[in-house]
Design a protein around this ligand. Structure first.
Ligand code: HEC
Length: 103
């Protein structure tokens, strides 16, 4: 009985993880951007606005692959310690809000 319950719990959590990737949480992505990314981008870009780094015309990001690369670069390089699902949420939020690449 305990064994069955264990299997049930395991497959449930696997389901949650899978759906986090399939259905990114845009609100969570937005929160993370505001909490961890915005201030530094505002300062480093010299625009005083943390959104503008994503919309600058000479931006580095030209595709979904670039976007993923940049987000994980900022994440690992700066040791922001985002979980993979949080990273996926930020990517989804940035894409929906600014970049609008076809997935
Ligand atoms: C400590 C500063 C800092 C933090 C924190 C930071 N970034 Fe960045 N980010 C930069 C800098 C500097 C650049 C510009 C790099 C360049 O031009 O080569 C950049 C560029 C980017 C770009 C490319 C923008 C474009 O279109 O050219 C993306 C996407 C990005 N960051 C995502 C993130 C995300 C998501 C987070 C938070 C999870 C984050 N960054 C946190 C410093 C930071």
């Amino acid at each position: 009985m305990t064994f069955l319950r264990c299997i049930a719990a395991f497959s449930f959590s696997a389901l949650v993880v899978t759906s986090a990737y399939a259905n990114p949480d845009l609100a969570n992505g937005k929160t993370i951007d505001k909490q961890k990314c915005y201030a530094c981008h505002a300062k480093k870009s010299g625009f005083g606005n943390g959104d503008m780094i994503y919309t600058r015309t000479d931006g580095k990001v030209k595709s979904m692959a670039d976007l993923k690369k940049m987000v994980s670069l900022c994440n690992t390089e700066l040791r922001l310690d985002l979980f993979p699902e949080d990273e996926a949420d930020v990517i989804a939020f940035l894409n929906q809000q600014f970049y609008k690449f076809k997935p």
